[in-house]
Design a protein around this ligand. Structure first.
Ligand SMILES: [Zn+2]
Length: 253
């Protein structure tokens, strides 16, 4: 009898504490929502998963390129005659004043890591849906200079890789490509040093890590393809990979 009373009392107390904590949690969430409303970055809808920045309807209406599934697509043609690439693509079209521009801007300048996660997830799903990227062994994010990365707090290409990896957990990220260090400020460099940096902006931390691997270089936006070309041609010469493919979140029309 006494035991039953204790059990009932404990049960009521637990329910009371749990409902009290739930109410506190709801008050805190409501309070933060007043000042930091978690709404869709595009349409303002509040029906949003807290881990993302776009509602499902806006994500569905993004301007998808389908390039990853198309052989000899526009992006691959950019690199023809410039550097040897196995497959290339970008998931979305980038146009001025579009939602894709808002997402990329938020990722690069507004510290919105969730935008990177969303874009990376989209790229990962594109890779899964395509038959052309099946042999990828590892991902290489295009590096930022140490200075830029320190200021931003992260490298956006690394966030994209992590978003891809959520969809393809078996593909490791190997951040072995780094921006070449410049020891002095640009104004104090002599012309020879400046030309050297311009000609060779990258270095490798582990020259053997990519040997005989099918590598995928990852960046945020492809416009002229100059950065991707420089990275691919450097890695092709210095890292001896089996093949090089490229993927970006967006392609500037
Ligand atoms: Zn929306």
């Amino acid at each position: 009898m006494l035991n039953n009373t204790i059990i009932r009392f404990t049960f009521i107390r637990c329910r009371f504490i749990s409902s009290f904590l739930n109410r506190i949690q709801a008050y805190i969430a409501g309070f933060f929502h007043l000042f930091y409303p978690h709404i869709c970055m595009h349409c303002g809808s509040e029906e949003l998963d807290s881990a993302t920045v776009l509602c499902q309807a806006c994500e569905k209406n993004l301007p998808y390129t389908e390039f990853l599934s198309i052989e000899h697509n526009k992006i691959e043609k950019i690199f023809w005659g410039r550097v040897s690439i196995q497959e290339a693509g970008a998931s979305l079209f980038f146009t001025k004043e579009s939602i894709v521009q808002v997402l990329i801007f938020a990722l690069k300048y507004k510290h919105q890591k969730k935008a990177g996660r969303l874009l990376g997830n989209i790229m990962g799903q594109d890779i899964i849906n395509s038959q052309r990227f099946k042999n990828i062994d590892c991902m290489i994010p295009i590096p930022l200079s140490k200075n830029k990365e320190r200021k931003r707090g992260y490298n956006q290409a690394m966030l994209l890789c992590q978003g891809i990896q959520e969809k393809l957990p078996h593909i490791p990220i190997l951040p072995v490509l780094l921006k070449q260090k410049s020891s002095k400020s640009q104004t104090r460099q002599n012309r020879i040093e400046r030309n050297h940096l311009r000609a060779q902006p990258f270095r490798l931390v582990d020259p053997t890590a990519l040997a005989n691997k099918n590598i995928l270089i990852v960046d945020d936006v492809i416009t002229t393809g100059a950065t991707m070309e420089a990275a691919a041609s450097y890695l092709g010469k210095e890292a001896q990979p089996r093949s090089i493919s490229l993927v970006a979140a967006a392609y500037t029309i």
